[in-house]
Design a protein around this ligand. Structure first.
Ligand code: MN
Length: 501
């Protein structure tokens, strides 16, 4: 359900008429070569489209206007091959409503020491042309990414790739629809928020739907379709004895499959990209959706439990950014701790709803009682998450702005097998260490719900926050609590000035 083929990024090169037609032809040729090089590098997942060199304010403005109205164009790469007087960019940048990355590169990598002359100097001026453009973009308060280095360098290409995925997530978020079954878990603060402001800022809408409407679709599912899904479960998962055909709880598995089919039908019919549930509103549903949520997330749907629509939208954005990458992305919750001073860890899990994309190996399909919600024992996929680097991200509503908090973590193998724990789980060490990470997170007001990803790095989240114009706080290996607290206080001041969101 996530397709990068429909997207384009436009490559816009700035110059001016001063240099004459020969130089401008050369600029066009060089830009085309860069575009071809980036497209064939295999490093960038979205097609880059060459646009002829821009030499006048009108040309810049009409390109920006075209970008704004193109459904395919998700952003611009800007580059000044020569000097490009930046006042010609004012009108265009003023109306541009797509994100842009400023590629600060040069066509040739090396100085031609033996042959360099003034013609060469006049053609290869990005060293000062890009600074002129940079001034104007900063003067206008434009948030963007600046990627520095030679365009053939894989590091540069990968940095553009990260931005392009963030731009795709942003494009995907515009007009995205999220369905809430039931409202918020009663009295919970952090999962609440201003949905009108979210729609203004992020472009997605969140609306509530009666659980009864979902139940209607669940009840309409045919026995034949349930049979088909059970066969798929049997192929994909290790079915534990209590869930097997003939076992007393096999009926619960069929009910779980029926919920999955009804939920998928509801989401497809409404064109939704994510959803929330709450165990406090399950009227007519036999179970809290478990395996269905785990599997729908694996298909690309965003999800938030207990009515947490902000996390549902965040998980969807992280799903888009990580499309096709190794690793996986899931809804997650900091659940419980291991506080041995010799090595403090977090055990992350949820009641049921952890995406199977982060499973270390073939999940076990098990059925156990769930005291919360007071319904039938729900089937769920149980698995561990493989060791390795990952991130946790949280969006909270601070009243006058949305704040994105990201923590770099290292998933570690569970010290012991956890034989009695009937849910999917990940054990991790947060960076820089448990004490600083948890204190920083709590000072920042980060939620207990997160988007967890083994595919993404903080760079993706930073690029996404820049595009969204959102506050971004990173807790990583170099975080010092004292500095982090200062950053929070300074940000508070910044976001009170009205410039931020
Ligand atoms: Mn929860």
């Amino acid at each position: 359900m996530i397709d990068f083929k429909k997207y384009e990024i436009w490559f816009a090169t700035g110059s001016q008429h001063l240099y004459g037609p020969d130089t401008l032809r050369q600029v066009d040729d060089d830009s085309e070569k860069i575009v071809r090089g980036l497209n064939t590098s295999g490093n960038i997942p979205i097609k880059i489209v060459f646009k002829p060199v821009l030499t006048t304010p009108d040309a810049v403005t009409s390109l920006c206007r075209a970008a704004n109205s193109s459904p395919e164009c998700i952003g611009l790469i800007t580059w000044m091959h020569t000097f490009s007087p930046a006042k010609m960019w004012i009108a265009g940048l003023k109306i541009l409503n797509k994100p842009f990355v400023h590629l600060h590169t040069q066509f040739n990598r090396d100085l031609p020491w033996d042959t360099i002359d003034m013609d060469f100097m006049n053609l290869n001026q990005s060293a000062h042309g890009d600074r002129e453009f940079g001034f104007l973009a900063s003067r206008m308060g434009k948030r963007r990414k600046v990627v520095v280095g030679h365009w053939k360098d894989a590091t540069v290409q990968k940095s553009i790739a990260v931005w392009s995925r963030a731009a795709a997530a942003w494009a995907d978020m515009q007009s995205a629809r999220f369905a809430r079954f039931g409202d918020n878990m009663r009295e919970v603060a952090v999962t609440e928020g201003d949905k009108v402001e979210a729609q203004l800022r992020f472009g997605y809408s969140v609306n509530g739907y009666g659980v009864g409407d979902l139940v209607k679709l669940v009840n309409a599912v045919s026995e034949k379709d349930v049979d088909g899904l059970i066969v798929e479960y049997e192929k994909k998962y290790t079915i534990s004895p209590e869930a097997m055909k003939g076992a007393p709880k096999h009926g619960n598995l069929r009910d779980g499959a029926r919920i999955e089919l009804g939920l998928r039908a509801f989401l497809e019919q409404g064109g939704f990209k994510g959803f929330t549930t709450t165990f406090e509103d399950l009227h007519g549903l036999k179970q809290l959706p478990g395996i269905s949520v785990q599997r729908l997330m694996a298909e690309g749907y965003g999800f938030g439990a207990e009515g947490d629509w902000k996390t549902a939208a965040l998980v969807r954005a992280m799903k888009v950014m990580s499309e096709g990458l190794n690793g996986g992305t899931s809804f997650m919750e900091d659940y419980t701790y291991h506080l041995d001073p010799a090595g403090m860890n977090v055990l992350g899990a949820h009641m049921l709803e952890v995406c199977e994309s982060i499973s270390e190996n073939k999940p076990r399909l098990e059925i156990h009682p769930l005291t919360i919600g007071g319904r039938e024992d729900p089937p769920r996929l149980v698995f561990n998450v493989a060791a390795g680097p990952a991130i946790n991200a949280s969006i909270v509503d601070m009243g006058n702005r949305f704040r994105l908090i990201v923590n770099e973590i290292e998933v570690v193998p569970p010290a012991k097998p956890l034989p009695k724990l009937p849910v999917a789980r990940a054990v991790w060490k947060p960076k820089p260490n448990f004490e600083v990470a948890a204190a920083s997170w709590i000072h920042a007001g980060g939620a207990h719900h997160t988007g967890f990803s083994k595919a993404l790095t903080p760079e993706y989240m930073e690029d996404f926050a820049e595009i969204a114009g959102m506050e971004y706080l990173l807790i990583d290996g170099s975080t010092r609590l004292l500095d982090f607290k200062k950053e929070l206080r300074w940000n508070e001041l910044y976001y009170q000035t009205g410039r931020g969101i």
